[in-house]
Design a protein around this ligand. Structure first.
Ligand code: IYR
Length: 222
């Protein structure tokens, strides 16, 4: 039987109600100014920022606190080129043959195509892997729980941390990402979840004029 973890005091930082309202508004202001960016500058930025961003994502809650994620940082131009080529070949197949009419119409406002230049231009790619299971020190398979939900939450935190640092990203998910495990030398227990280019937007970048649902469309008091 596993020992119960010792419990320690937790002191949540609290604020006056006015301050709470102000802070929640500020958080919303930050979140609403984020946009997915697909055109990047190749301008580098300090690695320490990436480390802090990933540390932030690593604070996400996870099933049984298994923290079932690996964030692989790619900066090598040859490796980025290889990833771009493989991703674009998946995407060509998707946009030319696999996409349904409805899906094509739904993507039209975003102007996405099979071309993924950002995979080479952005100075860094973060490839997020979900650890479907874990091998313990005796090579026995150990379970992780709610892996997809846990990694999804961590990626949400990654996204806001990237934006907060003054950098841009987009979640890129080629239909099949199995090539990434090989390319990045990850074990069989891991499955690629998303590729995220991280960098400054290209100068004078534009983004699609999409609208977010208003509160009354997404919130129900019951
Ligand atoms: N994975 C493809 C297609 C794509 C799908 C959805 I749903 C999007 O919101 C955006 C793109 C691509 O990355 O282009």
């Amino acid at each position: 039987m596993a020992e119960k973890h010792p419990f320690i005091p937790f002191h949540l930082q609290t604020f006056s109600e006015d301050k709470m309202i102000e802070r929640s508004q500020k958080m919303y202001d930050l979140a609403k100014s984020r946009r997915s960016v697909r055109d990047f500058s190749d301008k580098p930025f300090p690695r320490e920022i990436l480390e802090n961003i990933v540390r932030t994502a690593g604070t996400a809650p996870s099933g049984a606190n298994k923290q079932p994620w690996t964030f692989v940082i790619v900066s090598d131009p040859d490796l980025k080129h290889k990833i771009r080529t493989a991703a674009e070949s998946e995407e060509k197949e998707f946009y030319k043959h696999k996409i349904s009419d409805e899906w094509r119409q739904d993507l039209a406002p975003l102007g996405t195509t099979w071309e993924k230049a950002f995979l080479e231009i952005a100075p860094y790619l973060i490839v997020v892997f979900q650890q479907k299971f874990r091998l313990d020190e005796h090579n026995n398979k150990r379970k992780n729980y709610y892996v997809t939900k846990s990694v999804g939450i961590a990626v949400g935190m990654l996204i806001i941390a990237i934006h907060n640092a003054g950098l841009a990203t987009v979640t890129h998910t080629p239909i099949s990402m199995n090539f990434l495990r090989d390319f990045l030398g990850r074990p069989k227990s891991e499955k690629a979840f998303v590729i995220m280019p991280v960098g400054y937007p290209k100068e004078d970048v534009s983004v699609p004029d999409i609208k977010r649902k208003v509160l009354s469309e997404i919130m129900v008091w019951s």
